[in-house]
Design a protein around this ligand. Structure first.
Ligand SMILES: [Zn+2]
Length: 142
């Protein structure tokens, strides 16, 4: 189960829960997600600060495959985000908590991404948790 921060065209913000990323995309594309406040179905996903943690056992060989022939930073970040959204589990606001749980072996090791504050990333790095803050495309587009 994953959750996304969503916003309707009337700027109501709410959280949506989905089985996985595919289910979310499907429902979004079919206008099946409606705002709980005004029933509006013109929903967009809010991208806030986003970070990833790569499981150490699965990184390496199947790491990010970026096209180095076109060193366009924007494209690279976009590709990285797409890769992450398709291959990493979105743990949303629980990122710091989950990253820590994985780091200390409380939870199964896996690739995750989610929202963090700069402060949380700093704390995680201080604890030796392998996290990587990635820029938000939405912010870059502005
Ligand atoms: Zn609304």
């Amino acid at each position: 189960m994953i959750s996304f921060d969503l916003e309707c065209s009337n700027e109501h913000r709410f959280e949506g829960f989905f089985k996985d990323y595919k289910a979310f995309e499907e429902q979004l594309n079919n206008n099946m997600i409606t705002c709980p406040i005004c029933q509006d179905s013109r929903i967009k996903r809010l991208f806030t600060g986003c970070s990833i943690q790569a499981g150490s056992s699965s990184s390496g060989e199947n790491g990010l495959q970026l096209n180095t022939e076109t060193p366009n930073l924007f494209e690279m970040i976009k590709k990285a985000r797409e890769y992450i959204q398709n291959n990493f589990e979105n743990v949303g606001k629980n990122f710091a908590e989950t990253a820590r749980a994985i780091h200390y072996g409380v939870e199964e090791e896996r690739n995750i991404y989610g929202e963090t504050t700069g402060e949380e990333v700093k704390e995680l790095l201080d604890e030796g948790v392998n996290v990587l803050p990635i820029p938000s495309i939405d912010k870059l587009q502005n």
